[in-house]
Design a protein around this ligand. Structure first.
Ligand code: MG
Length: 173
């Protein structure tokens, strides 16, 4: 029984990989900061990675709930090279903009096929991506304001260490 259009399921299945890749990319960024002794920045990106994994699980669950046989592809190696402390912050914003475009593309396809169920599912992600981009922009601003001097960088790092993973408000069980 096919409940969703093939074009939509293909894109949703590909999105699972993009979300896991996002998690992998953020773990790589966390690793960069860990090696620089900035445990707060590392924590911020480790939490970000957990969020991305939880997003991947939501795409898996949505497809499974609609009778689709999910297939998992290989996760690419994170390819970004970081020189300065600010580099991963800009990489993260660019990556979130890429993910937003990807989700908007699925939305466009679902809309063209009058797939209202998928549109309703994706609405949560559209809002979430707005927040993700805002968080990435805020972190860049915080770094620009406080990251360039030892004392304030220390304080910012300590603040970022307090971030904790919160499970997504969307629950598909
Ligand atoms: Mg995500």
């Amino acid at each position: 029984m096919k409940m969703l259009n093939e074009k939509v399921t293909k894109l949703l299945n590909e999105q699972i990989n993009k979300e896991f890749y996002s998690a992998y990319l953020y773990l790589d960024m966390a690793n960069f900061y860990q090696n620089k002794g900035l445990e707060g920045f590392a924590n911020w990106f480790n939490v970000q990675a957990l969020e991305e994994q939880s997003h991947a699980m939501l795409f898996i669950k949505y497809l499974q709930n609609n009778g689709f046989n999910v297939t998992l592809d290989a996760i690419a190696k994170p390819h970004l090279v970081y020189k300065e402390l600010k580099d991963p912050l800009h990489g993260a914003l660019e990556h979130e903009q890429f993910v937003t475009a990807s989700i908007h593309h699925i939305y466009d396809v679902a809309l063209s096929l009058k797939d209202y169920r998928t549109i309703e599912f994706l609405n949560w992600f559209v809002k979430e991506q707005g927040e993700e981009e805002m968080n990435a922009e805020n972190l860049i601003s915080a770094y620009e304001n406080f990251g360039k001097h030892g004392g304030s960088l220390y304080a910012l790092d300590r603040e970022l260490k307090a971030r904790q993973f919160v499970a997504p408000s969307l629950n598909l069980d």
